[in-house]
Design a protein around this ligand. Sequence first.
Ligand SMILES: [Zn+2]
Length: 376
Amino acid sequence: MMLILADLPDHALTTRLLEIRKHERSLLVELLGLLAELDRRRTVLALGFSSLFSFCTDRLGLTKASAFRRTTAARLLARFPVVAEYLADGRLNLTTLVELRDVLDEAHATEILDRAAGRTEDQVKVLVAGLRPQPAPPDLLRKLPNQRNDSSGSGPERLPGSTAHQAKELPLPTSPLAPAAPTPPAAAAQPAPAPARPSAGPAARLQPITPERHVLRVTVGATFVADLEAVRQALSHKLPGAGLEEVLHECLRITLARVESRRRGAGKKTSAKAPRPGSRYVPAAVRHEVWTRDGGQCAFVGITGRRCTSRHQLELHHVDPFARGGRPITANLTLRCRAHNRHEAEQDFGLEHIARKVAARYIGEGVTGAPAGGPK
Ligand SMILES: [Zn+2]
């Protein structure tokens, strides 16, 4: 292969490259179309993935940044089919399209796509900024806390520039490719934030600097700084001389312990009285057992045997649906992420719906004069 390539004349090399690039673009459009259809059918849920994003990273092996761009572009393609033409002929690429995610709307799609056509990523960012001004440029990140610190007169030491650190779950990529953690597609419909609120400023960034250390940057408001200082004072006995990371980490640990305890149902005395018949109430001890048994993870298993890995927004799912008399006992309960809980509820509803229709038809045919409605 190397020999053949080495023998190719220049024009043949470039011609072939251009051919492949064109092919690559049409493959991208096809891939996005497939993702969009998968998304529409919600197939990934049945396969045991909590989202299209999770399918892209875990099954397709994409990086988070790559998965974000493709899932976002797939949804844009579904909303604005004309996008396919721009991607296919190269007027837009994946990056410039995704930059447009918050400014495209049905009324102005073509106009905006035309304005972005052929532009670089930086130029498209400028275009987007003009269409939807963003508050607080990243440069202000370091200044904000210092201003607060000066005005509050809260001691000369610490709370330096690094104050703008906040542990926050970042839903999305930390790749240097991503200038800011992109908002999840679901947030695309939100109105533009008011420029007057600096706390709604640039999205938080979590960036690894070594395998062990990360830099976390976030814009914080005045009340955050005030609360931070109050917590620091309150913890000064327990954590004398603690740095900002230790203080925030302590907050995280306390929050985590409380949330876990609530989720598990631990910490409450087991109620001696049994739940009233027909009550949805799940005793704390039962929740604890279910949580422990399922390992604090969605227990949905897809049709190919894959178990969902989500630990996000876990809910209790009734195997035998509550609406059909399923009881709130450990054997009938299991953990589900929100996406899978809804997925199964829809399936249960669908099955029940079908069963009711079948039963109604049977009665109508077999029993003369049977009242409409049939069994529940
Ligand atoms: Zn799940």
